[in-house]
Design a protein around this ligand. Structure first.
Ligand SMILES: [Zn+2]
Length: 264
């Protein structure tokens, strides 16, 4: 079996202290590629280093997390915190300068879960517009995080020329899922599909050629009491196989081809 985890956070304190074991379990499970995502200034540098050290298994994407970019990230996330003011323009320059070393841009997007203030929502949109522009300019896939802001997020993407869109853990409502499918966007389905009906619905609605597999480790674990990790992408493959009526092998191969089309 050939597997890919296109979105996780190996620099999180729950994973980085046992990284060799985590990567060994991934290799054993058949994982051939892992994209580790940055969210802010310090983690973007960490994931670049990690990708250099563990290439070709580990790759990275550089992100501008919507909440971090507003300087309102919560204290205890387990990731390195953005302490200084987030200079979005400067960080996008850093991303451009590193385009040869990254699989994509992200995670970035819109998040209204933590932001109710209209002025801040507007600021989020301004930041996301800049990220989209960068993805257009350097022609890299965009790994999108969105929560409680799916309609605005898809509208902004639709009015851009970015085609390689990866909606990670997309929790939008059914009609928005449908719209994203029609726009040709891709859905990165998390391993927690094992337990969450919503992702089964997304996997059922989308064409197999629009599906990718991720863990979002260490979060969203399908295994109670254990941090999530790349080896768990098998849960995504198993569930999609069941839904689509393919073998696990066929499903894994199809997702691998999708991964190559989008990220290689
Ligand atoms: Zn994530």
């Amino acid at each position: 079996m050939i597997l890919v985890d296109d979105h996780c956070h190996l620099t999180h304190e729950l994973l980085k202290n046992q990284l060799d074991a985590v990567l060994e379990r991934a290799r054993k499970a058949g994982v051939k590629a892992i994209i580790c995502s940055g969210v802010n200034v310090p983690t973007n540098r960490e994931v670049l280093e990690l990708a250099k050290k563990y290439a070709p298994l580990v790759r990275c994407s550089l992100g501008i997390y919507p909440i971090d970019a507003l300087d309102i990230a919560p204290d205890e996330t387990g990731l390195s915190r953005q302490i200084e003011h987030f200079d979005v323009d400067k960080e996008l320059e850093f991303i451009r300068a590193n385009k040869e070393h990254i699989a994509g841009i992200g995670e970035a997007g819109l998040d209204y879960h933590w932001v109710k203030d209209e002025a801040l929502k507007k600021k989020e949109k301004e930041n996301f517009a800049k990220v989209i522009k960068t993805a257009e300019d350097i022609k890299k896939p965009l790994i999108v995080h969105t929560r409680d802001a799916e309609a605005d997020c898809i509208d902004m993407l639709q009015s851009s020329s970015v085609k390689n869109v990866v909606l990670h853990c997309f929790t939008g409502r059914k009609h928005i899922v449908k719209k994203a499918i029609d726009l040709g966007y891709n859905f990165s389905i998390p391993a927690v599909i094992e337990k969450l009906q919503h992702f089964k619905m997304v996997a059922e609605m989308a064409n197999i050629n629009q599906l990718l597999s991720e863990t979002d480790g260490p979060w969203l674990s399908p295994v109670p009491g254990q941090p999530n990790e790349p080896a768990n992408v098998i849960y995504t493959v198993r569930n999609i196989a069941k839904i689509k009526g393919f073998t696990e092998e066929e499903t894994a191969n199809n997702i691998w081809l999708n991964y190559q089309r989008i990220f290689c």
